[in-house]
Design a binder for this molecule. Sequence first.
Ligand code: AMP
Ligand code: ZN
Length: 137
Amino acid sequence: MSQDCLFCRIVAGQIPSRQLWSDDRAVAFLDIGPWQRGHSLVVPRRHLADGADDASAWQEVGPGLTAVADLVRRRLGADGVNFLSNAGAVAGQEVFHFHVHVIPRYQDNPGMSGLIRRDPAAACDLDGLWAHLTGPS
Ligand code: AMP
Ligand code: ZN
């Protein structure tokens, strides 16, 4: 792990996160600056900068991607999801530890136009949202 890497430190529990799911290879947690309600990230436990050159990294996050997609459909009523991973600064990557965004989508805001913007309403009460997602069903 890299002490300089935000997501390595989240995986190690040194920085708090609102964790939704984990297995021995990957961790999923709520994004702190959501584009949509329930926007989450799935990251491998091992450090690698991005997924552009390493097919096995996608296998590591795969179970987390389907688990989070299932969770937001069941608990938040999402009608669909976008999966997105930025590789390289020019592509908009800001945290250089491979991660896949899972972005829940709702019928009242369909399509791709206007998707990629922080939504203050989606960020409201992240603790309450996390409790709703991780509490008893
Ligand atoms: P990217 O631009 O693809 O590198 O995305 C990085 C994402 O990490 C952004 O959507 C941020 O909102 C998110 N992020 C940054 N710091 C944290 C944090 N401490 N906990 C959860 N998500 C974070
Ligand atoms: Zn890292």
